[in-house]
Design a protein around this ligand. Structure first.
Ligand code: FES
Length: 140
């Protein structure tokens, strides 16, 4: 059912945990299944220098969250917004079963909410950032 890459990230997930004093935090729940994901970001000079996540979710949610953190870590926010999207995350994992595709949206949404939170803390209009972040996603 799952690719080797999915199983590898599920059994050995990267960047699990919490960042105290994170610069941005995003939390989402999946309406389809009730699973939850929380992403914590540490950002310096617009570069994501650290990321951690906690999830209460299925194997696909854990694997896609793990892959998403690998994709965003060390990147500028602008670059990370281009690659941390559900389709690209699933592709990097060798694909997902069709009934599990929705799981990959958790990481994308939580990441974008964490970025919006980061800008909001800096005093930038969070609504504007949210719409910008989701527009970046829609263009891909
Ligand atoms: Fe809920 Fe996968 S079944 S995130």
């Amino acid at each position: 059912m799952y690719s080797e890459e999915v199983m590898e990230h599920f059994t050995n997930p990267r960047n699990i945990g919490v960042i105290e004093n994170a610069d941005g935090v995003g939390e989402v729940g999946n309406a389809k299944c009730g699973d939850i994901l929380k992403i914590y970001l540490k950002i310096e000079k617009d570069i994501i220098v650290d990321v951690k996540f906690k999830t209460f979710g299925c194997a696909a949610a854990i694997a896609t969250s793990s892959m998403a953190t690998v994709l965003m870590k060390g990147k500028k926010i602008e670059e990370a917004l281009k690659v941390v999207n559900s389709k690209f995350i699933a592709k990097q994992l060798g694909g997902l079963p069709s009934i599990k595709l929705h799981c990959s949206f958790l990481a994308e949404k939580a990441f974008k909410l964490a970025i919006a939170d980061y800008y909001h803390r800096k005093g930038v209009d969070s609504n504007l950032i949210l719409s910008k972040a989701f527009n970046v996603c829609a263009k891909q």
